[in-house]
Design a protein around this ligand. Sequence first.
Ligand code: MEV
Length: 367
Amino acid sequence: MESKTKHYYIDSSINTRGFGSQKIARIAFYMKVTMSAPGKIALFGEHAVVWGQPAIVSAIDRRVHVTVEGRTDSMIKISAMDLHVPGVVLTFQEGNKAPVIETDYGRIVNAVAYVRKAIDVCRKHLSLSADKGANVTIHSEMPVGAGLGTSAAVSVATLAAYTRLMGHELRPEELARLGHITELEVQGAASPMDTAITTHGGILYIRPTKPDPYIETVGVPVALPAIIGYTERESSTAEMLRRVKDLRNSNPRVIDSIMSSIGEVVESAKAALISGDLFTVGKLMNINHGLLESLGVSSKRLNDMVYSTRFAGAIGSKITGAGGGGCIIALCPGKEAEVSTAIRIAGGMPIQSRLSKTGLKLESLEQ
Ligand code: MEV
């Protein structure tokens, strides 16, 4: 793998829908703002939540940091320095229509697409002109594009930092909504799940109602000792969402009933979590994995990790996130070491991470 910094030029054309007017609190103008936002694990209900079913999701203690610094020209310079791949710098200028350069850094280019779109969405929402440039630097404590919600974290942290830089402060609900719009425009489809959890933190039950999602904090009276297993992603979230949509279009009744079954699993899991019944939670994770597999979003490597963690003593394990490679989550009280070893033997990488109450956070403001 190359380790040199690279410069790419991206087409900056804008395709952003209009928004309703929002009340905006004006605050002081800052020159450098750093915001951080957490990654997430989908405990139950991913994919089905895109089709109207509820989901349960938790923030984790691995975060993305986005620093936005004002420039005197109109350039937006995006530096993704620490995304578990060699450092890379992408630069583009308003009006420059140079094509995207195809590279090995697909996931980086993808992460940068969320930054770019978040800035477009923010400018449109606040009616800002495009003549104020910024340097945007992203650091991530977790692998990017692995199914841990980095795109939502990058989107929401960029939106929050850029609005602050431009002298505005938006409410968390507005940032989550704009983050969802950002994801929708980059991916073509998305639920409000990832952008809500990265904004609010904690463990949330989410139902994707319109115009705003119904969100409830899930109080769990016991610890949830879980290990994440990561394997290289084979397909992007957008691709996995497209595949499920195609499957649903060719078999609407079958797939709709699988989606409804996932919704039932989520409702039962919510009750089990609230009562601290981890064994029921684990069983429901296994059922949820089977249903996700029937949607075609698993892979051999993900299944190897899922089954070997169960064999090593996990009381439940499933894909977490969009699938197509990426991550699994294994609930494994008292068996963390064995389960981590099982993930390694199955060809994956265990990621130690705790669930976290902290959502979007202002890290620093410099004038
Ligand atoms: C991706 O983290 C979770 C999905 O359900 C997509 C979404 O909810 O936007 C697959």
